[in-house]
Write a protein that binds this ligand. Structure first.
Ligand code: ZN
Length: 56
């Protein structure tokens, strides 16, 4: 559903499923892939347990 709203400048905050810009300052790299977040809380949650939010 949300995937149709994704574009080259947008992605999904994997923590809370909100649409987020790829220019977001809240960004982490995990296993060579960039992840973007809507807020610092989501980035912190991801950083603490990235496996919780990724399949790989
Ligand atoms: Zn979020």
């Amino acid at each position: 559903m949300l995937s149709s709203m994704q574009g080259k400048d947008r992605t999904i905050c994997v923590v809370c499923d909100m649409l987020v810009s790829r220019k977001s300052h809240f960004k982490s790299t995990f296993k060579g892939k960039d992840y973007f977040f809507c807020c610092d809380e989501c980035k912190s949650a991801f950083d603490q347990n990235p496996y919780n939010y990724t399949l790989g």
